[in-house]
Ligand binder design. Structure first.
Ligand SMILES: Nc1ncnc2c1ncn2[C@@H]1O[C@H](COP(=O)(O)OP(=O)(O)OP(=O)(O)O)[C@@H](O)[C@H]1O
Length: 342
């Protein structure tokens, strides 16, 4: 991990991705780890003068489920469109699957599945018939293998049994799974999904989340954008956070979490006494609340704290170890909350 200054002058952990060796391993990853996506100084300034993406250095390790997180308007879609060659960057370089882009696009795009704007499906056709039409529109697809490829894609997204059902009878989750199946009509090493759970109900969201995990478990690197912190936390191994076009932090979620302190919280009517016991154990950052006390646990053992409280005659109504959430990490990094609605 390298320390990179942010807008606010804070130093945050960013795995190495600056210039130099865009095809090589990222600092903070296992030595020799490959990068499926790497960008260096990627920038997009629109004609209006708006800088949608500002000098972005991304490093997406192969095999990761990489959450690209940021509020609405923070530059996620513009980044994805640049990665796929749908919009030209104003500055910067990038590689997909090791190939420098946009020159290498021809050799690489067949190994990359992407869901940016959802494909328009015909409501009166079945899921399978829709995929057939979709595949026919792809000049690189082999029509001789179409049935097998569609069968495999439908199976992968769990729609094999509903293949003959009309699209209009699909639930929201099934529709999104079909859109993902359309990205899986060939073997993909990298899947890029722009807000795949947008507009889905909780059931559909769960379905897509489960599907992303399954696809990743089969060895495909998944780069998925989202404006929902909790969703990224549940689905991803790595995360990059965008705010107003700039990268705020990136790295393995576990490493980001480890940068925040685990705390222990005691619910008790004996607040002062409990605080004294925690201080006696050498726990720092003691905070007294109304009916509770908390402290940084560090490497301390919760069972020791519990025993000391009881021995000290403190009436313990509840004891909880508070592990930092991703949100805690971002509050710690940026000094502000993450507004999920942008
Ligand atoms: N074609 C365009 N012309 C001018 N400005 C644009 C254009 N496309 C995007 N923008 C602006 O660039 C910024 C980033 O937009 P972008 O769509 O990349 O963000 P996002 O993080 O994907 O947001 P959302 O979650 O809402 O899709 C926004 O301020 C947006 O208004």
């Amino acid at each position: 991990m390298s320390r990179t200054p942010t807008d606010a002058g804070l130093a945050v952990d960013v795995p190495g991705s600056r210039g130099g060796d865009p095809g090589g391993g990222a600092r903070g990853e296992a030595p020799g780890a490959e990068l499926s996506i790497v960008t260096s100084g990627l920038t997009k300034r629109f004609g209006s003068g708006q800088v949608a993406v500002d000098a972005l250095d991304l490093a997406v390790p192969s095999g990761s489920v990489f959450g690209f997180l940021g509020p609405n308007g923070s530059g996620k879609t513009t980044t994805i469109r640049m990665l796929l060659g749908l919009v030209a960057p104003t500055a910067g370089e990038w590689r997909l699957l090791g190939a420098p882009m946009p020159g290498g696009v021809g050799g690489v795009l067949s190994r990359v599945g992407a869901l940016v704007e959802g494909p328009a499906f015909y409501p009166y056709l079945s899921g399978e018939a829709n995929l057939r039409r979709y595949d026919a529109a792809d000049p690189s697809a082999d029509p001789r293998t179409v049935s097998a490829r569609i069968g495999l894609a439908l199976e992968r997204v769990g729609l094999a049994a509903a293949a003959g059902k009309r699209y209009r009878a699909y639930s929201l989750g099934m529709r999104q799974r079909l859109a993902i199946a359309a990205t899986l009509l060939g073997p993909r090493e990298l899947l890029i999904l722009d807000e795949p759970t947008n507009g889905l109900d909780p059931q559909g969201t769960r379905e897509v989340r489960g599907l992303v995990k399954e696809i990743a478990a089969e060895g495909t690197t998944v780069f998925v954008s989202s404006h929902l912190l909790a969703e990224v936390e549940q689905m991803c191994s790595h995360v990059a956070v965008m705010r107003a076009g700039r990268l705020v932090a990136q790295g393995p979620i576990a490493d980001l979490r480890a940068s925040e302190t685990v705390r222990i919280r005691v619910e008790t009517p004996d607040v002062e006494e409990a605080a004294a016991v925690l201080a006696g154990l050498g726990l720092p950052e003691i905070r007294l609340g109304d009916g509770d006390v908390s402290a940084a646990l560090g490497a301390g053992l919760p069972e020791r704290v519990c025993a000391a409280l009881v021995t000290g005659g403190v009436a313990v109504r509840g004891l909880a170890v508070q592990r930092p959430t991703l949100e805690d990490v971002f509050v710690g990094l940026t000094g502000e909350g993450f507004d999920v609605d942008g």
